[in-house]
Design a protein around this ligand. Structure first.
Ligand code: SF4
Length: 346
């Protein structure tokens, strides 16, 4: 399979141009055309020789949806088919006046988190940068077909896969998406969520300065080990130590995702222990009531338990939000993503 044309950052395009005897001056024009051509109505003149060479070296195929489902709350889930037939999910979530796109970074996932539908698939393969960028390109096209002046969606890297387990391709995709000649997204419009995969977190300084979210889910070692098996190799105290070194600008915080599972992670003692870990840190806690999926062993907490848990954290003056569940009727909510072609009970 040829590499995707959309997986090129400006440097690699320039390198390809000069190694194939084309003028490097074309690099910026080509890069801008690939990602902004339609919107800016750019019609640059490229030589036939260059177009032929591009065709021979790269695939211009973008991921295409095999299915699209829209929930009553406006959440749109795409099952995106890659060139080799593998499928991942991308989800557009309406949030105030714009959408946020939840992007996948891998086909399946190796982390095997116990609460996660995707985790039941195992890892099939990493996505290439062009396949990650391609999910965004498709979502932008789709939104603009509904409304031509729809603002560019924000991004959360929280779809299928552990993004830091596919570090180099995710890094390249984020470089492309934030480049001033491409979509020029501000790194602040992008949040990458990790379960605490330490080899990737230790390289965080190499990433564009996007927002970071850690799936913490339990302050109790045994329970976190059960929910997120990588905690056994990369325990939370070590992860927190690495996070301490992450440079943050004065208003930036690290988001701590916390899954509220009835009777397991939503007890008063859990809230107090969580508060003790996060007190004094530039932290924002995002409480996520568990979304059950077919065959899941865990239960959703009651609304009163969510309120009680939140009030304990707030009593420690910790910034705390409860994430509203969106798209759960089409299995598009957090931890529910799994390519539809799989048997949900397998
Ligand atoms: S929660 Fe994230 S890291 Fe864990 S199995 Fe699911 S996709 Fe992978």
């Amino acid at each position: 399979m040829k590499p995707s044309l959309y997986g090129n950052n400006l440097e690699s395009l320039n390198h390809w141009l000069s190694s194939n005897g084309h003028s490097k001056n074309q690099g910026e024009v080509l890069f801008r055309y690939l990602f902004n051509g339609e919107k800016d109505n750019i019609r640059p003149q490229f030589s036939n020789k260059m177009l032929k060479d591009l065709e021979e070296s790269f695939s211009k195929r973008l991921p295409i949806p095999s299915s699209t489902q829209t929930a009553k709350d406006g959440t749109i889930k795409f099952l995106m088919k890659m060139e080799d037939g593998e499928e991942v999910e991308s989800v557009l979530i309406p949030f105030y006046k714009k959408y946020t796109l939840c992007i996948s970074s891998q086909v399946g996932c190796a982390m095997n988190c116990d609460f996660c539908y995707t985790g039941t698939m195992g890892l099939k393969r990493n996505l290439k940068a062009g396949e990650i960028v391609g999910q965004y390109m498709y979502a932008v096209k789709y939104l603009r077909s509904l409304k031509s002046n729809e603002p560019l969606p924000n991004i959360v890297m929280m779809g299928m896969g552990e993004p830091l387990h596919n570090f180099d391709e995710v890094k390249r995709a984020l470089e492309i998406l934030t480049h001033e000649k491409s979509y020029a997204l501000s790194p602040r419009q992008i949040t990458l969520s990790t379960v605490g995969y330490l080899p990737g977190l230790k390289r965080w300084h190499e990433m564009p300065p996007v927002n970071l979210a850690l799936s913490l889910h339990s302050p109790v070692k045994e329970i976190r080990d059960q929910l997120i098996p990588v905690n056994r190799g990369y325990p939370l105290p070590e992860v927190m130590e690495v996070l301490e070194a992450v440079p943050l600008h004065h208003r930036q915080v690290i988001t701590y995702e916390y899954l509220l599972i009835s009777g397991l992670t939503d007890r008063d003692e859990d809230a107090h222990k969580l508060a003790k870990i996060l007190i004094g840190k530039k932290a924002m806690i995002n409480l996520i009531p568990f979304n059950p999926y077919p065959g899941s062993a865990y239960k959703k907490p009651s609304t009163s338990d969510v309120v009680r848990f939140k009030s304990i954290l707030v009593s420690y003056k910790l910034m705390t939000m409860v994430r509203t569940t969106k798209g759960d009727e089409i299995l598009a909510a957090c931890g529910q993503l799994k390519a539809k072609t799989q048997d949900p009970l397998q």
